[in-house]
Write a protein that binds this ligand. Structure first.
Ligand SMILES: [Zn+2]
Length: 341
């Protein structure tokens, strides 16, 4: 089959690889119909050291089940399924607490644990716990929005939950995490301030419910957010970047007693602004989103048209065009790229 392999920074190839097969009785094989390129795929795209074996990329997919292992009970051949970026058994102590990304039998697609989904097919470990059967077919107009439930919409929701967003709250989103804006609006936020500069993202953020834009950076951004929040800062901050500067800004724009929910993978070992965060009793929470737990909560809102996160996809490519999709996202020509396999 054909699959996406990253050999090093800027070096993405689509090439023939061995067909995936069932290796555990709890596995399923899924023929991929839609996949996506993630903002987090851009970190290795910029920094991955060259290797001769490469890394199989992709962790967001919708497809049809082609085969199941002997221990798979709830997923059947022919089911149209959605695959979250992490696999999980759904039954361990952490899955039962809704923290599927810490599943003791779990792991992540597009890593050494499981191959990537920017491919014609993918082996899905722990199929019963991981996959969710969709009640619609591939021709459905909602496919782009459903695809966001594999990662970005669940991740935005997680940031909002970790930041304790609720009715009437003031929220800031660093930096234009679009699904974070949508999630904050869905949870009843009254004011949603986005921090960022990219015109296309700002336009979409406004469509998703952002009320204010702050384009300053650093201390000026902190001052500006305080200005438009009666001098105190916001109740909830969604940190969607992971760089030291954005975490610092996030912690400094939270008002006393506020909370920062971070979903940007930290690029540093330490957390800045420890002292002001302490003095202001600011909660810092978040991590890899247990999107499997959120699919059930968010799916009805997508199916019934209350949220339309699929608008984040502003480019569609074929599998062979995936390398150009990476380039377009990295060059900020595209916000997010959907792959039609
Ligand atoms: Zn588990």
């Amino acid at each position: 089959m054909r699959a996406t392999v990253m050999y090093g920074a800027g070096d993405v190839r689509v090439e023939s690889v061995p067909d995936p097969r069932l290796t555990e009785p709890t596995d399923a094989l899924v023929a991929v119909n839609r996949a996506a390129i993630c903002g987090s795929d851009l970190w290795p795209y910029r920094t991955l050291e060259h290797s001769d074996t490469g890394r199989r990329m992709g962790h967001e997919a919708i497809g049809v089940v082609e085969a199941v292992g002997t221990d798979v009970g709830t997923i059947n051949v022919g089911d149209v399924v959605i695959m979250p970026f992490a696999y999980s058994d759904g039954t361990c102590i952490f899955c039962r607490e809704g923290l599927h990304t810490s599943c003791i039998h779990g792991g992540f697609f597009g890593t050494g644990e499981a191959d990537g989904a920017q491919a014609e097919a993918v082996r899905v470990p722990q199929a019963d716990g991981t996959l969710v059967v969709l009640p619609v077919g591939f021709d459905d107009a909602l496919m782009p929005s459903l695809l966001t439930l594999t990662d970005v919409m669940g991740t935005g929701h997680h940031a909002a939950v970790a930041a304790k967003v609720g009715p009437g709250k003031t929220v800031a989103v660093v930096a234009v995490g679009l699904c974070g804006v949508l999630a904050a609006r869905r949870l009843g936020a009254e004011q949603i301030i986005i921090l960022g500069r990219h015109p296309d993202r700002i336009a979409l953020a406004k469509e998703f419910g952002a009320t204010d834009v702050v384009s300053e950076r650093g201390e000026e951004a902190v001052e500006r957010v305080r200005e438009i929040t009666d001098g105190f800062g916001v109740h909830s901050v969604l940190e969607c970047v992971g760089l030291e500067q954005s975490v610092l800004t996030a912690l400094c724009i939270a008002r006393p007693g506020g909370a920062v929910g971070r979903v940007g993978v930290p690029q540093d070992e330490t957390i800045p602004a420890s002292r002001p965060a302490f003095h202001n009793n600011v909660t810092l929470s978040g991590g890899p989103a247990p999107v499997r737990a959120y699919i059930e909560e968010l799916l009805p809102d997508v199916l019934e048209g209350r949220i339309d996160p699929g608008h984040v996809f502003d480019r569609v490519v074929s599998l062979d065009e995936v390398p150009d999709g990476y380039r377009a996202m990295n060059d900020r020509e595209a916000i997010k790229v959907m792959i039609e396999v």
